[in-house]
Design a protein around this ligand. Structure first.
Ligand SMILES: O=C(O)c1ccccc1NCC(=O)[C@H](O)[C@H](O)COP(=O)(O)O
Length: 390
């Protein structure tokens, strides 16, 4: 039993340090040191038992402890900003291998509290693996061959002035955790072309495979097919590396979720996007997140998600609530483009969020489920908004 108890203390490790931006920028060793728990000797013991690669043992252990400290520090900074989503399971991954046996440990520490946290934990592991295969330096080289960046925000503004309606970001999404499979016969290119014909200004393409049955290949295929609408890479971004990856696959914009990322990450990642010519849609769901994001001067594009990603509740009055009073005033003063996201099904819904102040909408379910998504776009707006129409 003692063996299992010591194993429980082992944090989430890979064979290389995975410092987050915050971990690198705010190293706890520089004045903010966190004390290691009394179980740290167990960590060392367990890691000595587990050692696999060729680094000298003391260096490896030190790196792993530092990585764990950084991750804990990241969680502390995030929590101080009201972020409940933890980057990694605090007591290590749920699946441990102990000798010939496999233990799945179920406890508060290594069980995600909600679906968003589960997605983030999965993403953390997935990104670590992808980075091993394609480190940043080689990814940066690959950008030379990436398709050119298109103006995402410009396309939304142009659609808004052309139609007098919010510019449409139409979502290419096969499935979602809250709704399951939305469309069985899912051809991403056909759907994208239909949206474009119907008058969509931009497209949002799900990249996550595990929870949304999406892929980066879908994004590339849509670009290769000649679709002109700029593309938002709909992915759960937790590291700057993913921005370069998205760009290498043809993305024109990325999404940053304030419920997941501390302010410093949002600021830093927004700057990287700017440098790459991409747009950054920063998504909020409540007043606290909106206030945090408005405190970041680099932000010029905000999405208000009507869906609570922890509970799946959808309420379109959320868009109105977050745009009232001083917040709305500041947004107008800074000419920030706001996108109303999720739960939009009818022309009345569109009119409601437009009245609240949005210049764009992000819509998935209601149009992707239509047998003819082109007609679905017209149905959503209550009129033909295609280029031929206006
Ligand atoms: O939709 C989900 O179940 C979900 C779960 C966890 C994280 C994100 C999730 N969805 C992302 C979105 O909010 C929507 O894809 C997007 O805003 C379009 O919403 P809808 O028009 O309601 O499909």
């Amino acid at each position: 039993m003692e063996g299992l108890a010591s194993f429980r203390a082992v944090p989430s490790f890979t064979s290389r340090p995975r410092s987050s931006i915050l971990g690198t920028a705010l190293n706890p060793r520089r004045g903010n040191s966190l004390s290691l728990p009394s179980s740290s000797s167990f960590i060392v013991r367990a890691q000595q038992m587990e050692s696999k690669d060729d680094e000298p043992e003391p260096v490896k252990i030190e790196l792993k402890i530092k990585e764990w400290e950084n991750s804990m520090y990241h969680n502390e900074v995030a929590a101080s900003q009201g972020i409940r989503i933890r980057r990694r399971p605090p007591t290590g991954p749920p699946l441990h291998y102990v000798g010939p046996f496999e233990f799945r440990l179920q406890n508060e520490g290594n069980t995600p509290r909600n679906i968003l946290e589960e997605i983030i934990w999965h993403k953390d592991t997935q990104v670590a693996q992808l980075k091993e295969r394609q480190p940043l330096y080689s990814l940066k080289k690959a950008l030379d061959n990436a398709p050119p960046v298109r103006d995402f925000i410009g396309a939304l503004r142009a659609a808004n002035s052309r139609t007098g309606l919010p510019g449409l970001i139409a979502e290419v999404k096969k499935a979602s955790p809250s709704r399951g499979v939305l469309r069985e016969n899912f051809d991403p290119v056909e759907i994208a072309q239909a949206y474009e014909k119907g008058g969509a200004a931009c497209l949002s393409v799900l990249a996550d495979e595990k929870f949304f049955q999406g892929s980066y290949d879908n994004m590339l295929a849509i670009r290769d097919a000649g679709v002109k609408c700029p593309l938002l890479c709909k992915e759960f971004i937790i590291e700057a590396w993913q921005i370069y990856y998205a760009r290498s696959k043809g993305a024109d914009a990325i999404l940053l979720i304030a419920a997941v990322l501390p302010d410093l990450d949002i600021k830093y990642m927004t700057k990287i996007c700017k440098m790459l010519g991409m747009a950054t849609l920063v998504e909020v769901h409540d007043e606290r997140e909106m206030d945090r994001v408005l405190g970041i001067e680099e932000v010029e594009f905000i999405g208000i998600n009507n869906r609570n990603l922890e509970t799946f509740e959808v309420d379109i009055s959320n868009t109105k609530k977050l745009l009232e009073g001083k917040r709305g005033e500041e947004i107008r003063k800074r000419d920030i483009i706001v996108v109303g996201e999720s739960g939009l099904f009818t022309p009345d819904d569109i009119a409601y969020v437009q009245e609240a102040g949005v210049k764009a909408v992000l819509v998935g379910e209601s149009i992707v489920k239509q047998s003819d998504p082109e007609k679905g776009v017209a149905g959503l707006f209550g009129k033909d908004i295609s280029l031929q129409s206006v």
